[in-house]
Design a protein around this ligand. Sequence first.
Ligand SMILES: O=C(O)CCC(=O)C(=O)O
Length: 288
Amino acid sequence: MTLKLRKLSYPLGAEVCEIDVARPISESAFGEIYRAFLDHGILLFRNQNISREQHIEFSRRFGELDRHDSLPRDRHPDYPELLRVTNRQNSDGSPSDSRYTGRSWHSDMSFTTQPSLGSLLRAWAVPEVGGDTLFANMYLAYETLSPGMQKLIEPLYGIQLAGTRKINDPKSGVPRLEEQKRINPPVAQPVVRVHPETGRKALYIGDKVKRFDGMTEEESAPLIQYLVRHATRPEFVYRHQWRANDILLWDNRCTMHQALGDFDETQLRELERTTVLGTPSGYVVAAA
Ligand SMILES: O=C(O)CCC(=O)C(=O)O
């Protein structure tokens, strides 16, 4: 099979055309998909009207799946491999705990010592307009820094915290934050990460980084802010406009992303994510 690809943007992403991920995919065809994933950082599969089981099965081709023990509130009650991102109200009428998921720049599971290789987010329902997701190419972010800045940040470790939502539900926000702190102690991750498969260096930063190990928050803040701003310059960013039955696969080792709240919240936005486990990285720190 020769994969039919259509580039999604200048910095990253490609659509895999004319494919049905629920049908058997041979080893060699899957090899082409995996190569495209490494080359483009994001792959889009449109019109995939598949079941939850098929979503999980396709995701398993990329590696072992996270059962989301670090995000117990958001996982699907019947499918621990699926993480829910939805504004659908709970059955008792209370707001969904995951309606503000991903509203700041992050790379999935960076706050654990086994950050994700990649994620596959499937859209069940999307608003009429808006509710897009931004993705930044972290290879480009690193490569466009000056040699002096690259040298300065090379030895740094960023302390990543779970539960750093910018927007919290007023009711469940505090218990959620307390739970997150309990389950996920702060983890230090290298600010420059070598991608284990491509060997390229990528910036590993985001809004979950509170400070650099060995430095105060006050000292760290200007550099963290600079790096996040630099990495999210429009020329490094792809903006995904969702359609129902999209599956978007991204490489968490060389991209970061942010969900946008630019939509009518009375309309349903419902997605589910599988998370492929990556290689161990970073270390737990005693205090944030
Ligand atoms: O809702 C989205 O568009 C993205 C959700 C997200 O950030 C995530 O699943 O990590």
